[in-house]
Design a protein. Structure first.
Length: 355
């Protein structure tokens, strides 16, 4: 027997390219083009380095309390025991998969969605079924019926940017009342409607969000889940069986500072939304078809030039967008919304490419 015969073998998730060149326009990984709140920077600068020798508070209660207060003001009454915090939403989602999808039945999610879902299923030996989206890339809630081992819905979806109405989320939750339904809301702050408002109505709902996109903190790795207390406790029990100390002291303080600065948060989100809506018009005028994105990116296909050709020609001009070489989506580009200046450079380059 070879040594490798004992290894767990999976096909890993492939993240977006992180070019090391300078002076590029990077529109391929859905990062926020603007810095985080100045209060976040100050919290990091003022951080007492002496505490780095100490383990962080394992329950992350300070940030959980701050998030619960913020979400209570925005949606429904919550307390810290309704909130789970992890190292980015990927860590939170991974913990949720490991916690809730243990029945041996197939977990269901769309065939065009965040491509980490099937990777987690493979690594945790969870059977899964990918449900085809409709021809317009929308999700049909009637396709998700009881009898499965759970459901995962990215809303708004990635890479399409399309939002599923909360009424349809409610239908899926009702049809699958005996299993957990995860709603992955990485992009919801850019114009979507959060399912957090449904937490009290559905005991099987877990909503996952992140600081990476709308709060400009992808490098800090902060994500969180919101659910009823029973589900949050179950996730916490699994977390404490893997790694008790997940978020660093420094970034707990940075996360709290971000949540407290709501004015900055709302201003920057609105700024990106305005740029996105202008981009829809500009790209349409250049011959692209665009979905009605509720995210910080656009899902675009050109009427006459292939996505691969456009991707390669933009790359030659040091403008990076995301191209997926997969059946069904290989003639689409995912374009992150950058600053107005970056987007103007993109439009100029595209005018040169598409004619």
């Amino acid at each position: 027997m070879a040594l490798s015969d004992n290894f767990r073998k999976v096909v890993p998730y492939v993240p977006g390219e992180q070019p090391q060149k300078k002076n590029i326009i990077k529109l391929n990984t859905n990062e926020n083009p603007y810095p985080p709140s100045p209060n976040v920077i100050k919290a990091i600068e003022d951080f007492d380095g002496e505490t780095l020798r100490l383990y962080p508070e394992p329950n992350i209660d300070k940030l959980r309390r701050e998030l619960a207060e913020y979400l209570s003001n925005r949606y429904i009454e919550l307390d810290k025991d309704n909130v789970f915090v992890g190292v980015g939403s990927d860590d939170v989602l991974s913990t949720a998969f490991l916690t809730f999808f243990n029945s041996g039945r197939c977990v269901e999610f769309a065939d065009i969605t965040y491509s980490f879902y099937d990777v987690w299923c493979d690594v945790y030996k969870i059977p899964y079924k990918q449900i085809p989206v409709k021809s317009d890339f929308t999700i049909n809630p009637e396709d998700y019926k009881s009898g499965n081992g759970g459901v995962v819905i990215a809303n708004p979806n990635a890479p399409t940017g399309i939002e599923l109405p909360l009424t349809d989320i409610g239908k899926i939750l009702k049809e699958n009342s005996d299993v957990v339904v995860i709603v992955d809301e990485a992009y919801v702050d850019f114009g979507g409607n959060s399912a957090i408002s449904l937490i009290n109505d559905y005991k099987n709902l877990v909503v996952v969000q992140t600081f990476s996109k709308s709060r400009s903190m992808a490098g800090a790795r902060i994500g969180f889940a919101v659910a009823n207390k029973e589900l949050i406790k179950a996730m916490s029990d699994v977390k404490f069986s893997i790694n008790s100390y997940t978020l660093t002291n420094m970034f707990i303080e940075a996360g709290v500072a971000s949540v407290k600065d709501n004015d900055y948060f709302e201003t920057q989100v609105e700024r990106i939304i305005n740029t996105r809506e202008k981009a829809k018009e500009e790209l349409t005028n250049l011959g692209f078809s665009i979905t009605d994105s509720k995210t910080n990116f656009l899902w675009a296909t050109h009427k006459s030039l292939s996505a691969r050709v456009i991707f390669e020609k933009l790359r030659e001009k040091d403008i990076f967008v995301r191209y997926f070489n997969k059946p069904g989506i290989d003639n689409y580009l995912r374009i992150t919304v950058g600053t107005d200046e970056e987007m103007n450079c993109l439009y100029d380059a595209l005018r040169d490419i598409v004619g």
